[in-house]
Design a protein around this ligand. Structure first.
Ligand code: SF4
Ligand code: SF4
Length: 107
């Protein structure tokens, strides 16, 4: 039997798609546990990632390491933030589809 865990998700978040399908920003993976980059940014190995952000206009979650790199690179030079976001995009394999095998049970 696999372990069960309770995670909090925005009520307007889209349902998690099947593993391998296009990412829809449901936020399940990053709410369950941070990825390696998220562990670094969150300074923890469990729980929701500190970089996970709800976008009310888009009704989806985004990764602030990609969208708001200035949160993590508080330097005055924009190029450092852009370089960080590019590095983060490669690290989290953004745009490669859903890589989460988490099964979601809602109540
Ligand atoms: S993809 Fe971004 S929000 Fe998700 S766990 Fe990794 S760093 Fe955090
Ligand atoms: S990778 Fe999958 S679980 Fe994570 S936000 Fe995208 S669709 Fe949701």
């Amino acid at each position: 039997m696999s372990a069960q865990r309770v995670i909090e998700i925005h009520p307007d978040a889209p349902r998690k798609p099947a593993e391998g399908a296009a990412c829809n920003g449901c936020g399940v993976c990053c709410s369950a546990e941070p990825c390696p980059l998220g562990m670094l940014l969150s300074r923890r190995r469990r729980g929701a990632c500190a970089a996970l952000a709800w976008e009310p206009d888009q009704h989806r979650y985004v990764c602030d390491a990609l969208v708001r790199p200035q949160r993590f690179v508080p330097l005055p030079w924009r190029w450092t933030q852009r370089a960080f976001a590019r590095w983060a995009r490669r690290l989290v394999a953004a745009g490669h589809g859903c890589d989460s095998s988490v099964e979601v049970l809602t109540r």
